[in-house]
Design a binder for this molecule. Structure first.
Ligand SMILES: C[S@@+](CC[C@H](N)C(=O)[O-])C[C@H]1O[C@@H](n2cnc3c(N)ncnc32)[C@H](O)[C@@H]1O
Length: 807
């Protein structure tokens, strides 16, 4: 902006040149950041992120500088234009059925500040005292919205300070906004809303000349009520009200009515938000507190609900009706917090007060079921499996079996999990619900967000950015769960986590969306997600989710370190993660799980990099490395041929040749475990079976049995000739973890089916029993779950009723 324009603007704002401390910013010392474009390959993304990280480091070296003053009216006009454009797009997509979905890129893993200083310990600052590229530690900015909001990755609007200087504002990770409508934003951030932003940062523009007030942590935002002491002696240079906008409700009743309207529309966060405004004006109103507790329950802010309901119960002279409501809300909040004993106690108290009332009976049943699960580890797996096919998120308790967390200096994060007693193959180690999880149906349909991770230098899954928002949301409403998340490993840039886990529980605290009492450090949370993310493999769902890979944060399961040849195995039924021993594990031994099960070493390294593991020291990786780079590269290439659709139409001779080539990539001295050969041999077996003649079918059996050996199974080849004729054809001491159990189970079923077709029922039965054994030790649930998991395969192979009869 030239000096004349600046003077004109300053006079418009009633600032004279002396009262404006602004000067022109110094010219940028380096160019704009490298450009990202949609559709980059994985290698291009890694290269791009390396360049971006270098650019970022250079940019950080530029000293803080005064911000360019931007014309307030121009900022508002531009924001209104963006808003009008989004309204048009929303209208269009509703009319034409979602055409033209906008695409956004966002980046995680770069340093960003989240305040941990209480507002009362901060001093006010205005834009004129702020510098671009500086975190204003020890300060808060009092500002108000002067334009409507829009939402892309972040919520965007324009704010002005008391002096009338305005800047664009971006708010990231604000609860309830990740997939919300414009009307929702209007209810949350109507123009005129006054905010106090803790330790604000003005970001340098990467394009154009406008700096941006960027808030990453939603807990840095405090909504300032009209009667707040912060507003004493404060006047707004541009006038009392924000021109052109309706004023906000002024009474508790008006806010309560607003809350009720949101509640009726199932907008739980907005309802709680409005009740919170009402409570500022009428702190002791019991119905308001009860209403907010109910809204919190629906929003899964169980801590907030518990706190509010307990406050009501503690009121002297509270009426029976209100006390009953409060008691039920306490009970449900306890249940949501997985405090099943305390939930049961509260429901029993209610029941004792209301003899003959059966309304809480089903809750009492649920409490009893959860308590049984968490104390015994006995679950109704078939029923959970059936439920998960309809509803991914299951109602089940966590269980911690014979394992505990122990210090392990040589592992990143310094901890790992060990057994507390001798454990048998298939024994249940833990069952755990996710702290938060995202599946394809949860993703917004009106936008596509690609998240690039500067920590792992990879593209994250589409589900990952929503996962972060859900974790933030959960912490916002359940602040006492903070340590459960922040005691996870967040990489070497953060202080080492405590040696023990889980942390001891903290007391439930008040939840106020206007003035959050928890500090959510976003940069650290992004790192935690990078180091601890899981892509849950669902037994009850599609093997490969075409739309988007699920993402989950499983806190206790995050304590397990990785091995490609692990001694434990994991999978999910719905969102429930289950970890079982894959072999006998002596007491005090480290338990490892495979973070991935790729046949190609190169694929495994790519995935492990996302988990921030540079080098895996397991047996399989050691053997692979000994094969040498050339063989590994060749194997990786051959795998893509094996994966290609064309393999289905290839001739027997071609797949035999491919199998031979793959075999040649394994060094002659290595052990029997050769996962890619297993896949190739199974393809050969499938081709042989297609001819339908008995000799080829027998050959196919040999190929499939060799395939199982390549996965690491030990075969007992004369099992059918054992005296009882019923010995399993595989050794039962361990289950290989270099693959999910589903692949070898499919091969075993194929063998059973082939024997059945050859009319060798004893062999067919034995192989079915072997598959049942493998399934049962891998996932439990006995014959009933076996028949459910393999239903489709058994039907396709025509052996479902045979299996039902002989097993
Ligand atoms: C999900 S955490 C596992 C728990 C972690 N050790 C802790 O103390 O919180 C994943 C991180 O643990 C470390 N880790 C996992 N498996 C490992 C292994 N086999 N060797 C060394 N470090 C490992 C890596 O730093 C990885 O990024």
């Amino acid at each position: 902006m030239d000096p004349d324009q600046l003077a004109a603007l300053a006079s418009g704002l009633r600032l004279d040149s002396q009262s404006s401390p602004r000067t022109q910013p110094s010219p940028r010392a380096h160019g704009p950041p490298p450009r990202y474009h949609h559709g980059m390959s994985a290698e291009e993304v890694t290269r791009y992120l390396k360049e971006y990280a270098e650019w970022f480091e250079e940019d950080r070296k530029i000293p803080p500088e005064p911000a360019t003053i931007v014309d307030r009216n121009q900022l508002i006009a531009d924001q209104r234009q963006r808003r009008a454009q989004l309204e048009r797009m929303a209208h269009e997509s509703a009319r034409v059925g979602g055409a033209g979905i906008p695409f956004y890129m966002t980046m995680v893993g770069f340093p960003k500040h989240s305040s941990s200083t209480a507002l009362q310990n901060l001093r006010p600052i205005t834009f004129s005292g702020m510098l671009v590229r500086r975190v204003h530690l020890g300060h808060y900015l009092l500002c108000r919205l002067v334009a409507p909001c829009t939402r892309m990755v972040a919520v965007q609007t324009v704010v002005e300070d008391t002096e009338g200087i305005a800047h664009d504002l971006s708010i990231y990770n604000f609860p309830s906004t990740s997939n919300c409508s414009l009307e929702h934003l209007d209810a949350l951030f109507p123009p005129g809303t006054i905010l106090a932003i803790r330790e604000p940062t003005l970001k340098a523009p990467t394009q154009g000349s406008r700096p941006l007030l960027r808030v990453d942590s939603p807990t840095d935002i405090i909504f300032v009520a009209r009667n707040s002491p912060l507003l004493q002696n404060v006047s707004w240079r541009t006038g009392v009200a924000v021109a052109g906008f309706r004023s906000l409700p002024a009474t508790a009743d008006a806010w309560q009515q607003r809350g009720n309207d949101h509640f009726k529309a199932s907008q739980w966060f907005l309802a709680a938000f409005a009740y919170s405004h009402a409570l500022v004006l009428d702190h002791n109103a019991i119905p308001l507190r009860l209403n907010r507790a109910e809204a919190y329950l629906r929003q899964r802010y169980y801590t907030g609900a518990l706190y509010d309901a307990q406050q009501v119960l503690a009121e002297v002279g509270v009426s029976d009706t209100f006390a009953d409501k409060a008691l039920l809300r306490v009970a449900k909040a306890r249940y949501g917090r997985q405090e099943y004993n305390l939930a049961q106690e509260a429901f029993v108290r209610y029941k004792n007060k209301h003899v003959g009332d059966s309304s809480v009976d089903s809750w009492l049943d649920r409490c009893r079921a959860r308590l049984r699960e968490s104390s015994t580890g006995i679950y109704d797996w078939p029923s959970l499996f059936r439920t998960a096919q309809r509803k991914i998120r299951l109602d089940a308790a966590d269980f911690v079996g014979p394992v505990k967390v122990r210090r392990m200096k040589h592992r990143g994060g310094g901890r790992g999990v060990v057994t507390t007693k001798d454990v048998k193959t298939g024994e249940l180690l833990i069952v755990t619900k996710p702290f938060a999880s995202v599946y394809a149906p949860d993703l917004p349909t009106d936008q596509l967000i690609v998240t690039l991770d500067l920590i792992s230098k990879t593209t994250r899954e589409r589900t990952d950015s929503l996962l972060l928002s859900l974790i933030v949301d959960k912490l916002y409403g359940n602040p006492d769960l903070r340590n459960e998340v922040y005691h996870l490993y967040s990489g070497p840039d953060y202080p080492a986590p405590p040696e023990t886990y889980p942390p001891s529980p903290s007391d439930p605290a008040a939840v106020d969306p206007l003035d959050p009492k928890v500090n959510i450090n976003i940069a650290q949370l992004e790192a935690i997600c990078t180091y601890n993310n899981f892509c849950p493999f669902r037994l009850d769902g599609p093997r490969v989710d075409q739309e988007a890979k699920p993402a989950g944060l499983y806190t206790f399961a995050s304590m397990f370190n990785h091995s490609c040849a692990a001694n434990a195995t994991w999978y999910c039924i719905g969102d429930l993660m289950i970890i079982r021993a894959a072999e006998s594990i002596p007491a005090g031994t480290e338990v490892t799980i495979p973070y991935c099960v790729e046949e190609s070493y190169i694929d495994r390294q790519t995935i492990l990099r996302k988990h921030m593991l540079d080098k895996c020291d397991c047996r399989l990786c050691e053997e692979d490395r000994q094969d040498g780079d050339e063989r590994l590269r060749r194997r990786h290439q051959l795998k893509s041929r094996l994966d290609a659709d064309a393999i289905m139409s290839a001739s027997l001779a071609e797949v035999r040749a491919l199998e031979k080539d793959i075999r040649a990539t394994y060094g002659p001295t290595r052990g029997p475990v050769r996962p890619l050969s297993a896949l190739a041999l199974h393809v050969v077996a499938e081709k042989l079976r297609m001819s339908g003649n008995a000799r080829d079918m027998r050959d196919s059996l040999q190929c499939d049995m060799q395939a199982l050996e390549c996965y690491g199974f030990v075969l007992i080849r004369d099992s059918a000739r054992s005296p009882s004729g019923s010995k399993l054809p595989i050794a039962k001491d361990r289950i290989p973890t270099v693959t999910s159990f589903m692949e070898p189970a499919d091969i075993m079923l194929r063998i059973a089916c082939t024997y059945y077709m050859l009319r060798e029922e004893t062999n067919a039965t034995n192989w079915l029993k072997a598959t049942l054994w493998l399934t049962d030790v891998s996932v439990g649930g006995g014959k009933e779950l076996f028949m459910l998991i393999h239903e489709e395969t058994l039907v396709r192979m025509g052996i479902q009723s045979f299996a039902a009869r002989v097993l």
